[in-house]
Design a binder for this molecule. Sequence first.
Ligand SMILES: Nc1nc2c(ncn2[C@@H]2O[C@H](COP(=O)(O)OP(=O)(O)O)[C@@H](O)[C@H]2O)c(=O)[nH]1
Ligand SMILES: [Mg+2]
Length: 320
Amino acid sequence: MRRAVDVPALVESARAGSPRAVARLISLVEDGHPALREVMAALAPHSGSAYVIGITGSPGVGKSTSTTALVGAFRERGLRVGVLAVDPSSPFSGGALLGDRVRMQDHALDPEVYIRSMASRGHLGGLSWTTPQAIRVLDAAGCDVVLVETVGVGQSEVEIAGLADTSIVLLAPGMGDGIQAAKAGILEIGDVFVVNKADRDGADATVRDLRHMISLGDRTEPGLWRPPVVKTVASQKLGLDEVMEALDKHRAFIEENGELVRRRERRAADEIESIALAAVRARFGHVAGHEGLGALARQVVAGEIDPYAAADRLVDRLEA
Ligand SMILES: Nc1nc2c(ncn2[C@@H]2O[C@H](COP(=O)(O)OP(=O)(O)O)[C@@H](O)[C@H]2O)c(=O)[nH]1
Ligand SMILES: [Mg+2]
């Protein structure tokens, strides 16, 4: 039995700043709870003011360390900050080293900081659905900034680019990193590139490499945002001012040219689409069960009906 949810009370507490209420709402999102519909309806009028920053990069590159440092920098501005770690190996999700956990404790007692790890539990739509909803919760709870850490593997990079207002791509010095980045399609998604671990050899070469790769791309035309490349040592909070400056500049740029609104609309469209497709899939499952997908399959095998006609039958029933 699922516990009944008093949505209005929960939303009110979350808006009043209760971390427990925020956590509970995000759990509902993770669980795909039936009360979500009501939750989202209640949150909708209170969302739209948080600025979303995505932080992506390979495991171990320093995303969590950088996220922690950025939380500190935004707190110095007096802003309320939400952190979502959508990374199965993230320290916030309990899967990692104690040292990392302790590091995030810098902010664990700060009532103006919400930190949450999200398991993307193989949801249909994955990030495209649960993450925007969790962002909406943090947004409605009064977060001025939401930082979303995702591990950069394949598709999730592309997804995070769609989720964020500004996407930071983190790299570390290493041979051919720029080329790796180009291969992985990373050059297209970064609004700000950060070469972290600049205390190690090869950071300048990686910066040069990246700048070169960016200059070869099609993002150098006038009127387009040219992504800056910044060096940091996140573990010592070095280079943080430059990152903050780059974030500010990008934000001003996309606010000015309308790209921010376009990104948010695209994000909402993706979310609507994934919700709608999930509904259609559920309905299809119901109809297929009802109409006897198995029986139709037998007819197709027996040559009594062709697969298109069989599919039409199911689709017609969907629309009914
Ligand atoms: N030398 C060095 N190590 C760093 C730096 N930033 C992070 N690290 C370390 O790199 C490891 C991985 O960092 P983490 O933030 O967990 O990476 P993530 O997997 O991308 O989230 C940790 O041991 C950090 O302490 C840095 O600027 N320089
Ligand atoms: Mg991490």
